[in-house]
Design a protein. Sequence first.
Lengths: 112, 116
Amino acid sequence: DVVLTQTPPTLSATIGQSVSISCRSSQSLLHSNGNTYLNWLLQRPGQPPQLLIYLVSRLESGVPNRFSGSGSGTDFTLKISGVEAEDLGVYYCVQSTHAPPTFGGGTKLELK
Amino acid sequence: EVQLVETGGGLVQPGKSLKLTCATSGFTFSTAWMHWVRQSPEKRLEWIARIKDKSNNYATDYVESVKGRFTISRDDSKSSVYLQMNSLKEEDTATYYCTTYRLDYWGQGVMVTVSS
């Protein structure tokens, strides 16, 4: 199975600070159809995960544009340009290029 | 408004069975592929099963750790997806979520605790 490694495991930030989370895959996530099925989720405390970004860089409807995704192949990054209080929680990357779908271990974003 | 509501969780002894239900509304369920995903007490997320729609013969797929023990199914007339869990093990203890194919909609989750 594909292993997704997220770094850092914990991220401390102040409001307004820009931060980045890395997700590295054990295999290329480029599908034979040309798509790269790498998504980012946010799980706020006590809530189910919420889709933020799909296909590496496409913003889900309703998600603020301070969130952005980038990367290709095996290396991917989620960037938050100006953290707000509502952004606190655990971020997960997830791939569905290869069966079975697998998740990263999570990055907890907390206030400094 | 899209809604997914999981029910059927609880405390069960190892080796016993449990059936989870995910009732949905607000989207065209009959053409939707659906997943079950679980989250361990340590907050690790694990995909466990997927079912396709009628046009894809309701094809199913499972993670290796639940193959032969869990069965995903659906009833399009009730807009519901199910997870039959047999021969439960302590390591199956988790919060179970149903979610749509793109992972864009999730239920609130239901807790399953396997313990003697």
